[in-house]
Design a protein around this ligand. Structure first.
Ligand code: COA
Length: 251
């Protein structure tokens, strides 16, 4: 397969997948996620590092594209995202996110779907979807809550707060902060490479797998947000660089 949105660098043990979109904020699309899935799947079961380029790991889904899709398309978008994020869980070897710049929205959810995260000290994290009149749709409500607990998750996701690398470290969202975050990710990958493959595979499965139908519910709620007028208001407000004026309507 020819890759258009990513590039690949292989060593004997490690495949580094770099997100390289035309837009320097690396917005997430299904095409991008499909390429990442293909690159992981065809890696010869190497350990994987996923990283960004330009200004960001990824600033999330393409907000402009959210203006015109309906709830049916929003549902299939979220379900496709879940399929790919869940595939990371079933991949038998460790996947490490090496993050810089911005990890927002779907970009942060991509990092959360990895097994470990290493961040540059200036990285900004967040799930700001609520400020756009929608909600996270790629598993963020579930994965971030598992990591930080319900109390913090309600604050971070319910208010759409951004947080920095130091805060991410203190909440256990990232494993390490490093100026040379890609080198640090490579050191971790090489340590994993020295470990027994079967033991590590079983450990990953036991640590990462949970029976969970909440992802489907998240996709359903994500889709319902697209039927509500607050979605159009939230996205217009972002694009027009003004505060959103949400309705008080419950549904
Ligand atoms: N999708 C599509 N376009 C985006 C985008 C996204 N996720 N994030 C930013 N852009 C666009 C902006 O609309 C802007 O376009 P313009 O130059 O035509 O006005 C351009 O990228 C640069 O963004 P800007 O906000 O001016 O840059 P910044 O450096 O001041 O801020 C961010 C960068 C990432 C903090 C800010 O753009 C932001 O908050 N983006 C939205 C993140 C988000 O909500 N993600 C979740 C999506 S579900």
């Amino acid at each position: 397969m020819e890759y258009r949105e990513i590039s690949i660098d292989d060593t004997d043990e490690v495949r580094t997948v770099t997100i390289k979109r035309d837009n320097p904020l690396n917005p997430i699309t299904i095409d991008l996620l499909s390429e990442i899935q293909e690159a992981v799947n065809n890696s010869g079961e190497r350990i994987i590092i996923i990283t960004g380029s330009n200004k960001a790991f990824s600033a999330g889904a393409d907000i402009k594209g959210f203006m015109d899709i309906d709830s049916r398309k929003a549902y299939s978008f979220a379900m496709k995202g879940h399929e790919i994020m869940n595939f990371f869980n079933s991949y038998p070897r460790p996947i490490i996110a090496a993050i810089h710049g911005f990890a927002l929205g779907g970009g942060f959810e991509l990092a959360l779907a990895c097994d470990m995260r290493v961040a540059h000290p200036s990285t900004v994290f967040g799930l700001p979807e609520v400020t756009l009149g929608i909600l996270p749709g790629f598993g963020g409500t579930q994965r971030l809550t598992r990591i930080v607990g319900e109390t913090r998750a309600m604050d971070l996701i319910g208010r759409g707060l951004r947080f920095n690398a130091q805060e991410a470290l203190s909440m256990g969202v990232v494993n390490y902060i490093a100026e040379d975050y890609k080198q640090k990710a490579m050191e971790i990958a090489m340590d994993f490479a020295a470990k027994p493959v079967q033991s590590l595979k079983f450990i990953k499965h036991l640590v990462r797998s949970r029976p969970d139908d909440m992802y489907t519910m998240e996709a359903e709620y994500f889709a319902r947000a697209f039927d509500h007028p607050d979605r159009r208001e939230g996205i217009s407000a972002f694009l027009e660089k003004r505060p959103a004026r949400f309705t008080k309507r419950k549904q």
